[in-house]
Ligand binder design. Structure first.
Ligand SMILES: Nc1ncnc2c1ncn2[C@@H]1O[C@H](COP(=O)(O)OP(=O)(O)OP(=O)(O)O)[C@@H](O)[C@H]1O
Length: 939
């Protein structure tokens, strides 16, 4: 049985209980009923102060939560039972969720002391990864989404439409979008809901994240049913959604969320917002992952872009920062508005500091107001809400002088909500208790009746407090005491030796070992008065509290508006703080937006002294690099391993992303276009679970780029083609480069070790070569990390192997092999190159240095790999586009034509074996054996 099946086996009513169903005690019968109606979860059944589970579920709870498995015995049998204490249930619930269980809380919904017979119980909450609302189970600064995906009607054209909806049940944020399957799935990956309700006929591939997939009534996805659910959240559903698929997704999502919250409408979901993914810079899951925006492959803390930016002061800001980074803008005006605001704050340290100060005192207003609406908020929550709202006037004041439109808008749209502040301020004591049923919550002076009751109780207590002295005097018993206990109430206690002095009006209440307890009719009367008043006061306080909470709930929408503005402000000030602290600069935009006709010939990317925002933090000295990438150009980047190629490519993309989210960028200056998408094909990683080899994955990512990139896109390719044979890899890399350049026109950066690829620059004006250099002295390599024009001449592979710790003997031997073979091949290489009219200086290239393994491999591939080159049908480049330096296809086919004479198959076999050797997975002994075999072959 797999893990899912194991979990499901304990859902539903226990079969052993069903077998004796009619004989079960009323309580267990109630348990079995609730298990049957909630057969998609482990039912935790409140019995007093514990949540109990029985039978198979009890065993699962005991195992997962590490609590004792006990048993309950009654006339019908012995039932395994396990319980978790309600008071600190959060930790146990978390364990159950982590173990993949869904949990239904069946709570006592009537006061056990008032129930005649069996206490009424109902499932009040379903707890699953996407429906948790408990603060202790949620990550503060991250939205936790419940998601739904639905498809258009199978019989119509709309069948290709997919709808995606997400809801953060803890805050009420609800988003819906729709698109074709590919785009919709991309959006789903970007939103990465923790739990997913999937509609009928949705054909989902394996996802890059791992949501809990929840089966839910297919009927909820029917258009009519979905529209009816949606209509209680949006009076005109057709004004919110644009297709049936969207309607189905959001309707079913809300229906499931209602079911999870005990079948009640979610009053705090006040706005269902539709968005179009095309209105944002599209970053798919691959790009988000490979640019390490949120998750890093390195274990180093602070090694993602998000962690560099995250100087937020409150959870509201943190969640908003994540949303902005996940979804940068494409509307130039909106971007400039954010940049103006950040700019203004950069220049105003005082306002920044003020804002930080105020915002760090605010609570998570979105979650607070959601709790208020769900009637789950206690008095402390309302006080936190007030504390937050109290900061609003100060925040408005701090923004009083600002010129930036967005900041001024924030100031103007910040409602002060005096009514709510005043109400909570007057109604609740300043430091209320956690419980709302035990009194002590409502402030004096708020309600006359409550004040009266309190006055009565207080007067009674005062009377009692004086009673001791009076009775001592009346009876002459100095040791007489007046006391109170929960069971017997007020009493007068007299020790045994003094019992003979007890007056006649004392009535015996309790006998203890050394004393007797009494009351007097008058004391009893006072006691009744006090207790009656106190009980009534507690009940009245609870009612008053609920009224106050309901009044606050009525302002949900305006409070959510405050939360919205505070979140924006926190992000804007964070971006300004980060810009100042890290010396970022304001980017300039060269185009109005994707697809706009005013794209000019200089609509490319120009970065002066750009840095990688994350790598620069980890580096003692980061070397800034420029980028000059005309629109639609392809830039081929060569250079030794570890020289900085990937860092460079990524930093260009990160500058563009930061700019479009409205942030300053790590550079001295940056002029950038508004791009529509960033595509990445970086790093080789297997997707064995998804059934893809490294190469297949590489190719499917490349396919995605070739199909979907536009001339407004930025494409990063890192070593495309390396997952297969050199000849095939080079052919694919070359063909892809030509296609992207000639057909798509996306601005592209391509890091490669295929030196032959650099020839593409020779006959295309907007294909350029850049390279990274390294200095080699006394056999040691130092990476300079600075970019220069032209292709690189060496890869320093042996030296990098040395740096990586490959044993000295192997490195020395490899070096001598390289030198030996290079000298052997250099001559024919030079001859071939001359014969092809192809010098080593191509385009803006620098002259290659020989004496390295790369030059040797170059030699083989350029001049002596006739077999490989012949095996691959290279697409012929447009001859007319050549610049005269020899077109790429010329150079390859020329090499092929003239190479057979110098082709040495044995030498190539050795080279191939060397090339394919995986040094990381080679033990020193295997390496020595390999070398010895190679030597043998050569000799
Ligand atoms: N501009 C820079 N200034 C300082 N250090 C840098 C710079 N660029 C990169 N580095 C350092 O060099 C390391 C290697 O960089 P990177 O991964 O970009 O090299 P690469 O050329 O892509 O390597 P490979 O070809 O092996 O993938 C980085 O982890 C970083 O520590």
């Amino acid at each position: 049985m797999n893990a899912d099946a194991q979990r499901e086996a304990v859902y539903g009513a226990p079969p052993e209980m069903l077998a004796v169903r009619d004989d079960l005690t009323p309580m267990l019968s109630q348990y079995a009923d609730l298990c049957e109606t909630h057969d998609d979860a482990v039912v935790l059944f409140q019995v007093g102060d514990f949540y109990e589970a029985f039978c198979g579920a009890a065993e699962a709870v005991a195992r997962t939560c590490e609590v004792t498995l006990t048993k309950r015995e009654d006339s019908t049998g012995t039932w395994p039972m396990a319980g978790i204490p309600i008071d600190n249930a959060a930790g146990y619930l978390e364990r159950l969720l982590d173990a993949g269980y869904r949990v239904a809380l069946a709570e006592q919904v009537e006061d056990a002391s008032e129930a005649s017979g069996l206490v009424d119980r109902a499932v009040t909450q379903l707890i699953t990864p996407g429906t948790v609302v408990d603060e202790e189970l949620l990550e503060a600064g991250r939205a936790t989404y419940l998601g739904a995906v639905a498809r258009g009607d199978g019989d119509t054209d709309a069948a290709d439409e997919y709808g995606i909806a997400v809801l953060d049940v803890s805050t009420g944020e609800c988003l819906v979008t729709g698109a074709d399957r590919a785009l919709a799935l991309e959006e789903l990956e970007r939103l990465a809901p923790a739990e997913l309700v999937v509609g009928p006929n949705c054909d989902l591939p394996s996802l890059s994240f791992d949501p809990m997939q929840t089966p839910f009534e297919p009927d909820a996805f029917d258009v009519e049913a979905a529209e009816s659910t949606l209509s209680s959240y949006a009076p005109r559903p057709d004004a919110v959604v644009e297709s049936d698929a969207e309607c189905r997704a959001v309707g079913a999502l809300l229906a499931y969320a209602e079911y999870a919250q005990g079948d009640s409408k979610l009053e705090y979901v006040t706005r269902v917002t539709r968005f179009d993914p095309r209105e944002f810079l599209q970053l798919d899951a691959t790009a988000i992952r490979s640019l390490e925006l949120f998750d890093s492959r390195s274990a180093r803390a602070g090694s993602t872009l998000f962690s560099v930016l995250d100087e937020t002061a409150c959870a509201l800001g943190r969640r908003r920062l994540e949303a902005w980074l996940r979804r940068p803008l494409v509307d130039r005006d909106a971007i400039e508005a954010r940049l103006d605001a950040v700019d203004a704050l950069c220049d105003d340290a005082l306002t920044r500091a003020d804002l930080r100060d105020h915002l760090s005192a605010v609570y998570d207003l979105e979650r607070l107001v959601a709790r208020v609406s769900r009637e789950r908020a206690n008095a402390r929550d309302l006080r936190s809400l007030k504390t937050t709202l109290d900061r609003v006037p100060d925040i408005r004041e701090a923004l009083a002088e600002t010129d930036a439109d967005l900041l001024a808008d924030c100031r103007e749209s910040l409602p002060e909500l005096d009514g709510v502040r005043d109400l909570v301020g007057r109604a609740l004591v300043s430091d209320p208790p956690q419980e709302i049923t035990d009194g002590g919550v409502i402030a004096d002076g708020f309600d006359a009746e409550l004040d009266d009751l309190r006055g009565t109780a207080e007067a009674g207590r005062e009377w009692v407090s004086k009673l001791e002295a009076e009775e001592r005097e009346r009876t002459g018993i100095d040791s007489l005491e007046v006391g109170y206990n929960q069971v017997h109430g007020y009493y007068i206690e007299v020790t045994n030796p003094n019992l003979d002095r007890v007056p006649d009006d004392y009535v015996r209440r309790q006998t203890l070992k050394n004393s007797e307890r009494f009351y007097t009719p008058e004391l009893k009367e006072r006691e009744d008065e006090i207790l009656r008043a106190a009980d009534r006061a507690d009940a009245l306080e609870y009612d008053l509290f609920c009224e106050v909470r309901a009044d606050v709930a009525a302002e949900s929408e305006r409070i959510q508006a405050v939360a919205d503005v505070l979140a924006d402000l926190d992000v804007l000030r964070t971006l300004a703080d980060v810009a100042v602290a890290n010396d970022y600069t304001r980017p300039e935009f060269r185009t109005e937006g994707p697809g706009e006709s005013d794209r000019t010939s200089d609509g490319g990317i120009e970065i002066d002294a750009g840095r990688h925002p994350v790598v620069e933090r980890a580096q003692d000295e980061f070397v800034p690099n420029p980028a000059s990438l005309p629109a639609g150009s392809v830039t081929l980047i060569t250079g030794p391993n570890m020289s900085g190629k990937s860092t460079y490519m990524r930093q260009v993309a990160l500058v563009c992303i930061l700019a479009q989210m409205g942030s300053f960028v790590p550079a001295n200056a940056a002029r950038v276009p508004v791009i529509d998408r960033v595509f990445t094909r970086i790093g080789a990683s297997d997707d064995i679970a998804g059934g893809q080899s490294t190469f297949m994955r590489e190719m499917s990512e490349l396919t995605d780029i070739l199909h979907n990139a536009t001339d407004d896109s930025l494409v990063l390719l890192d070593e495309v083609g390396r997952g297969t044979s050199t000849a095939d890899g080079l052919a694919i890399a070359r063909a892809a480069t030509e296609f992207i350049h000639d057909e798509i026109g996306a601005t592209t950066l391509f890091a490669t070790h295929y030196h032959d690829l650099t020839d593409v620059a020779a006959d295309r004006e907007t294909v350029f070569n850049l390279h990274f250099t390294a200095a080699q002295r006394d056999g040691e390599v130092t990476f300079l990390h600075s970019v220069a024009d032209g292709p690189s001449s060496s890869s320093y592979g042996v030296e990098v192997a040395h740096l990586a710790g490959v044993p000295g003997t192997v490195v020395d031997r490899a070096r001598s092999l390289v030198e030996f073979d290079v000298s052997k091949t250099a001559e024919s290489h030079a001859t071939d190159a001359a014969a092809n009219g192809h010098s080593e200086t191509v385009g803006r290239a620098e002259t290659a240095e020989d004496g390295t393994l790369a030059a040797y491999v170059d030699g083989l591939e350029n001049g002596h790999t006739g077999k490989n080159a012949r095996d691959v049908e290279m697409p012929t480049a447009d001859a007319g586009a050549g610049s005269g330096a020899g077109s790429d296809s010329d150079s390859v086919s020329g090499a092929t034509a003239g190479s057979d004479a110098g082709f040495d198959p044995e030498l190539e076999a050795v080279a191939n074996r060397l090339r394919e050797a995986d040094l990381v997975d080679t033990t020193p002994l295997e390496a020595l054996n390999l070398l010895s075999e190679l030597k043998h072959e050569l000799e």
